[in-house]
Design a protein around this ligand. Structure first.
Ligand code: OAD
Length: 251
């Protein structure tokens, strides 16, 4: 059999799983935004290749050198102003419209806001958002989009230092968001995992939680991941091509 036929068969199998599922949970990672021009974290050219995690993405780093941390995040925020959602993000908007918001939960590890920019409505941002800031003193959260911020931005209420409203290593995920994600993983019949290396926990654990509760797992990724051996259907290719094709085959 030709490779193209295998992919077509796998796409049909995946489409059938999606079509028959009452509830669907989708979890995305940096790979879905790669075709928008955003760097992923790991591998050649990844964000963690040029920056030591411990220097820019931990509470300790922020205490030690907040201006270094802010320079890193401000550069990423400025970069966001130049990018747009790609066909992968748009395909998930189509899926949400087709299923209805009560039957789909979109869980993302991404902090780039591109799912919301594309028009997805029920997005659970497990790792926060680059478009928001949080006061390290009073805890106030504000939407600041991609507007330019100083290297040491301060809270307008209490004058303490602001921080990006993202989850750093050694920090807990936002409790309410995590509860909703866990509940979606538990109660879905199809768990679609897109563009993540599936090595960062607790997010990656949702894949196995869903599977252990009987969901079929579909993976879309350009490469094999930690989770590939455990999934029901593995669709190997760029999400900007595979996702629209998959949604088309659900018709
Ligand atoms: P990674 O950089 O670890 O993995 C990106 C994944 O996307 C890899 O498996 C790639 O093979 C895949 N990929 C790349 N381009 C793709 C494309 N066009 N289509 C489909 N797949 C593609 O990013 P994440 O898994 O998102 O956490 O990383 C998880 C978490 O680790 C992030 O949320 C971040 C990071 O440290 C925090 O900052 C807390």
């Amino acid at each position: 059999m030709h490779q193209n036929e295998t992919i077509a068969d796998d796409l049909d199998r995946a489409a059938a799983i999606l079509r028959t599922a009452r509830n669907v949970a989708v979890m995305t990672g940096a790979g879905i935004s790669a075709e928008s021009g955003l760097a992923t974290f790991r591998g050649a050219g990844g964000l963690w290749e040029g920056h030591a995690v411990e220097e820019v993405a931990t509470p300790q780093a922020f205490r030690r050198d907040p201006s270094l941390v802010w320079r890193f995040y401000n550069a990423r925020r400025a970069n966001l102003a130049t990018v747009k959602p790609n066909p992968g993000h748009h395909a998930l908007v189509t899926l949400e419209k087709r299923l209805g918001e009560d039957r789909i939960t979109l869980i993302t590890q991404n902090v780039d806001g591109l799912h919301k920019a594309a028009g997805s409505r029920g997005v659970l941002e497990l790792h926060g958002s680059l478009l928001r800031v949080r006061c390290s003193g009073c805890g106030r959260i504000e939407e600041r989009g991609t507007e330019s911020l100083p290297d040491l931005p301060r809270c307008s209420e209490c004058q303490e230092l602001l921080r990006p409203d993202v989850v750093w290593f050694h920090e807990a995920l936002p409790e309410d968001v995590w509860q909703k994600a866990e509940s979606a993983a538990r109660s879905c019949q199809c768990f679609l995992v897109v563009g993540t290396s599936a090595i960062v926990y607790p997010a990656a654990g949702l894949i196995y939680l869903a599977r252990d509760r009987g969901a079929k797992v579909i993976e879309i990724n350009i490469a094999a991941t930690e989770a590939s051996g455990e999934v029901d259907v593995s669709l190997r290719g760029p999400s900007g091509t595979i996702l629209p094709e998959l949604i088309k085959r659900m018709e």
